[in-house]
Design a protein around this ligand. Structure first.
Ligand SMILES: *Cc1c(COP(=O)(O)O)cnc(C)c1O
Length: 455
């Protein structure tokens, strides 16, 4: 079927305020041309992120009422722990308020000056936490993963040759090997089960813990089921368990594939490391049976983890992206293909060759999407990754614009509207201008920096 079949009915709705183009031109100017600065009730279709923005189910809201807010030993924690272990089988589950808090705890142990941490592609908060500790991150994704037009089925795969050379070269400086599923910063592209196993085996060969950034483990498993030989008949749960079976731990943002509005966890098998991590948790997040979360959050996540592996949901989820990618491709807009798991990525550098990467073509597209259609998207390119630790500026590997879909929130009509806005944008794209940053922070500047359009 071509139609996106939403496998849910709507029980509760949130109104969307319909704005005019003149209003939006004023609003984005007032926001210093940074969509992160907009007020969300001024946005019509909010595709800034799929993080924490999804709709909870009736069963999740019901579970919220069961939340036990005891400081220590809450049954809500044990339900949460059991739900995580059911899918991942890790020994120690350490709840945090979101994924980056799990990263901060992990790199308080594994980071530090002189350390080097490889990944297929580090997500921005992961890289931020690594660099804040004084360590360095390396992105070793396969070359196909950097080619927006390559149709490789698993463009998130780790380049095993590059990883081996990296381990040979940096030896003791490498505290762990990471892989991110799906590869968010590289276009939401999946990693094959075979590659996850091979990366784990290589890490073991060099005596390094293997840590999975598992934010979108269910979407990744759906791609494995669809695309990888011999996996089509297995359940999503079986594939998920297989992925985590070769890892020593994981970081997780429960705002992604746990249907949470907030939450995360760090999972570890090693007892000593888990004890150190819990010490840090108590200092920065909270007692080990709630971490950074309330009992009701833990209940909602436990139920979310049951729902996230549902195949009808995953089919709808992934179909939304492929539907939009097919239509944008048909009207000649360069998009990352094949469609990723949680988002559609437009290749702004290829689409706007008249704007130099150092003048942020992705920013130009995201501002124009808001002005034309009230759509909020995010630049994933030179704004996000171009600032070097020494303060200089280099073009990022790609200049993409990400349209990330909140889970279970928008419908096919919204998808068709987005396509219509892109058709309008295509007609005026040669008139778009680049941007200049007028103010920025040193780390993760894209969240707060201010822009000025070039005349
Ligand atoms: C969202 C995300 C994180 C960080 O999680 P937060 O909950 O936003 O702190 C880390 N890695 C990846 C791949 C992510 O998508």
């Amino acid at each position: 079927m071509k139609t996106i079949f939403e496998p849910f009915r709507i029980k509760s709705v949130e109104p969307i305020r319909v704005t005019t183009r003149d209003e939006r031109v004023r609003l984005i100017r007032e926001a210093n041309f940074n969509p992160f600065t907009l007020h969300s009730d001024d946005v019509m279709i909010d595709l800034l992120t799929d993080s924490g923005t999804g709709a909870m189910s009736a069963a999740q809201w019901a579970a919220v009422m069961k939340g036990d807010e005891s400081y220590a030993g809450s049954p809500s924690f044990f339900r949460f722990e059991a739900a995580v272990q059911n899918l991942t089988n890790f020994k120690h589950i350490i709840p945090t308020h979101q994924g980056r808090a799990a990263e901060a705890i992990l790199f308080s142990m594994m980071g530090g000056p002189g350390r080097r941490i490889p990944n297929n592609t580090h997500f921005d908060t992961t890289r931020g936490n690594i660099e804040a500790s004084g360590a360095e991150g390396a992105d070793l994704v396969i070359d196909e993963g950097l080619d927006p037009q390559s149709l490789h089925p698993f463009k998130g795969n780790m380049d095993l040759d590059k990883l081996r050379s990296y381990l040979d070269e940096h030896g003791d400086a490498v505290p762990c090997v990471m892989v991110t599923i799906t590869n968010n910063a590289g276009g939401g592209q999946p990693v094959s089960l075979k590659n996850i196993h091979a990366t784990g085996a290589l890490a073991r060969e060099y005596g390094k813990p293997f840590i999975i950034d598992g934010c979108r483990f269910a979407e990744n498993a759906w791609f494995i089921k669809q695309r990888e030989a011999g996996q089509g008949d297995r359940s999503i749960t079986e594939i998920v368990r297989d992925c985590f079976s070769v890892a020593d731990g994981m970081t997780m943002s429960a705002k992604k594939d746990a249907f949470g509005n907030i939450g995360g966890w760090l999972a570890l098998n090693d007892n000593d490391m888990a004890e150190t991590a819990r010490g840090h948790l108590i200092r920065t997040e909270g007692f080990p049976t709630y971490g950074g979360l309330s009992g009701r959050d833990l209940e909602a996540l436990a139920q979310g983890l049951v729902e996230i592996v549902d195949e009808d949901y995953l089919r709808y989820r992934i179909r939304t992206n492929s539907y939009i990618v097919e239509k944008l491709d048909a009207i000649g807009i360069p998009v990352v293909k094949p469609a990723g798991g949680h988002a559609v990525f437009v290749d702004a550098r290829a689409w706007l060759p008249h704007i130099d990467p150092l003048l942020y073509p992705g920013q130009a597209v995201s501002v124009a999407l808001f002005e034309l259609g009230g759509i909020r998207a995010v630049e994933i390119g030179t704004v996000m990754f171009g600032r070097q630790p020494n303060g200089s500026e280099m073009p990022a590997a790609m200049d993409l614009v990400r349209l990330a879909f909140p889970r279970r929130t928008y419908t096919q009509s919204h998808a068709d509207y987005i396509i219509e806005v892109f058709e309008e944008l295509a007609a005026i794209k040669n008139s778009l201008k680049g941007y200049r940053i007028t103010w920025e922070q040193k780390l993760m500047r894209h969240f707060t920096c201010k822009f000025e359009p070039l005349s």
